[in-house]
Design a protein around this ligand. Structure first.
Ligand code: NAD
Ligand code: TYD
Length: 355
């Protein structure tokens, strides 16, 4: 079996569902169920013997040792993290704790487990670290996209904590020989995405007739990848990636935020027209994010050349599926909009004046 950390979060849950459907191999899913973890996203595998869920923290060494000894996974895929830039600005401490200290504790537990293996099991073992393009910092409009050798220039507490975790993973390979793989992926979108991030927030707010808060001029550029394509990329790297290597994963799809918001409005106008008029009427430019990175872009040629992976979805097909999913899963959305979600919305948006 494989051990997945953070498998109740957005990408982790999509990965677990995709993994079980495409490989049938059992998954041990360790997740602390923070505000971002949601077992409802895993409802379809709730009674499935191939999915074993354990609520716990990656910083709990005794728990990690016990789980590794009991289940003896052949690979660990590490998604667990604090993942939201705006939250890292309001409270960086949790990012240091989970993303840096948690990854360190996990690496040490996995190193002990891997050291106890022998022969083929030891040779085949992999630790796959799931990271982000944000570690590379911000690009100017004409700069080439990030390659795997781009310098690390993280600008937010979130990206700095992920950069630190990438460095730890690298060092555990170079110093101890741990067979690690790292993927640095661009912005994901798709089903089960918590509505604090741009795309689900815009869909959910539009459906509720609330303002669509675009930070600053909305001309910040991200590269967007449909989450199931990310899951497929991780499967490819896990199967064939070379230990110690990093692979950039992206959608070949750079777009400014305002264009993303307009695409969502256009789809909602088509699929759920509002008598009050186009959803674009709700677009509101608000105070920018401090230190806001202007542009991310991924050069995903290495993973294509070496492993034959390319995204299957275009932005048009992926965003249509995503909007459809949110329209069809109003219950999931309603359940995640708990008291703590409302507190976060007040924290992040009440001091942002219309710009
Ligand atoms: P998420 O915030 O939706 O999910 C994170 C999950 O980790 C949650 O289920 C949470 O409960 C769990 N978790 C948090 N702290 C934990 C701890 N101490 N111990 C155990 N579990 C803990 O995040 P996501 O968007 O699914 O991102 C998953 C990974 O992918 C992260 O490492 C993130 O940096 C990386 N990534 C995300 C994106 C993106 O666009 N969302 C892009 C590239 C890389
Ligand atoms: P986000 O989804 O938080 O991802 P990241 O910051 O990791 O790229 O934000 C994506 C982009 O959307 C980013 O440039 C910030 C912007 N944004 C808004 O304009 N308004 C919002 O309410 C949010 C949450 C994000």
């Amino acid at each position: 079996m494989i051990l997945v950390t953070g498998g109740a979060g957005f990408i982790g849950a999509n990965f677990v569902l995709d993994w079980i459907a495409s490989t049938g191999e059992p998954v041990l899913n360790l997740d602390a169920l923070t505000y971002a973890g949601n077992l409802e996203s895993l409802k379809s595998v709730a009674g499935d013997a191939r999915h074993v869920f354990v609520k716990g923290d990656i910083g709990d060494r005794a728990l990690l040792d016990r789980l590794l000894a009991e289940h003896r996974p052949r690979a660990v895929i590490h998604f667990a993290a604090e993942s939201h830039v705006d939250r890292s600005i309001h409270g960086p401490g949790a990012f240091i704790k989970t993303n840096i200290e948690g990854t360190y504790t996990l690496l040490e537990a996995v190193r002990a487990h891997w050291s106890s293996l022998a022969g083929d099991a030891k040779a085949a073992f992999r630790f796959h670290h799931v990271s982000t393009d944000e570690v590379y910092g911000s690009l100017g409009p004409g700069d080439p996209a990030f390659t795997e050798t781009h310098t690390y220039e993280p600008n937010s507490p979130y990206s700095a904590s992920k950069a630190a975790s990438d460095h730890l993973v690298r060092a555990w390979h170079h110093t101890y020989g741990l067979p690690v793989l790292t993927t640095n992926c661009s912005n994901n979108y798709g089903p089960y995405h918590f509505p604090e991030k741009l795309i689900p927030l815009m869909i959910v707010n539009a459906l509720a007739g609330k303002p669509l808060p675009v930070y600053g001029d909305g001309m910040q550029v991200r590269d967007w990848l449909y989450v199931k394509d990310h899951a497929a990329a991780i499967r490819a790297v896990l199967a064939q990636g070379r230990p110690g290597e990093t692979y950039n994963v992206g959608g070949w799809n750079e777009r400014p935020n305002i264009e993303i918001v307009r695409s969502i409005c256009a789809l909602l106008d088509e699929m759920r027209p509002d008598a009050a008029g186009s959803y674009t009427r709700l677009i509101t430019h608000v105070t920018d994010r401090p230190g806001h990175d202007r542009r991310y872009a991924i050069d995903a040629r290495k993973i294509e050349r070496e492993l034959g992976w390319r995204p299957a979805e275009t932005f048009e097909t992926g965003i249509r599926k995503t909007v459809r999913w949110y329209l069809d899963n109003a219950d999931w959305v309603q359940h995640v909009q708990s008291g703590s979600y409302r507190d976060w919305v007040a924290t992040n948006y009440s001091a942002r004046t219309a710009a």
